[in-house]
Design a protein around this ligand. Sequence first.
Ligand code: SF4
Length: 235
Amino acid sequence: MVDETPDPPGAAGAAARISGTHFPVTTLGPGRRLGVWFQGCPLACPGCMSRHTWDPAGGRAVGLPELLDEWRAALAAGADGLTVSGGEPLSQPVALSRLLAGAAALRRAAGAGGRPADILVYTGLTEAELAPEPGLREALRHADALISGRYVAAEPTDLVWRGSANQRLRPLTELGRQRYGPHLARTAAGPRVQVAWAPAGGVLLYGVPGRGELSALERRLRAAGVRLRGPSWRQ
Ligand code: SF4
């Protein structure tokens, strides 16, 4: 049954520009999660696999109530958490702040009798860049954990949920420490990319690929008759 908790103040009319959403995502944080990808990233990391999220005018504008409805549905389906990635979520600090505040309020209501769902945010900014920016830190107030730093192709890593060794996973709350503490130095044992069929046709890839994983995946898909015509990491 979907939670009927009203939207938090400020949600009505608020909008974010997003690249997409998906549930369940299993490769960006612990358990089964709702993924929300913000649209727009000015950081332009060489080798980024999400170049389709760079254009701030791309994607689509979505009202916060719509995103919170997806979060309600995910919670009702047993979601372990929300992962916000991009793009660069902190390029839209007001929308991010409102989304996280609304998501935190709803998960508290939904989690009253069950295990709490956590909130994980990815940013390409470093902690040093965030430190002098109170508005950006305020936008992360409801995040339980943060993965920060640019993707650096020359610094591959096997650490779970991180694309390069410089990226830092930091728990921010008690829930974050419980949920992410055991994973800070854990390396990925299996596939780090999840393949899902896109509603409009084709495939979508979710996750942080390990060394050579995208090329191997492309070969397997080709063998299965799926040809990737426009993978965004080749643009
Ligand atoms: S890896 Fe992340 S921070 Fe870097 S360009 Fe891509 S979307 Fe932006």
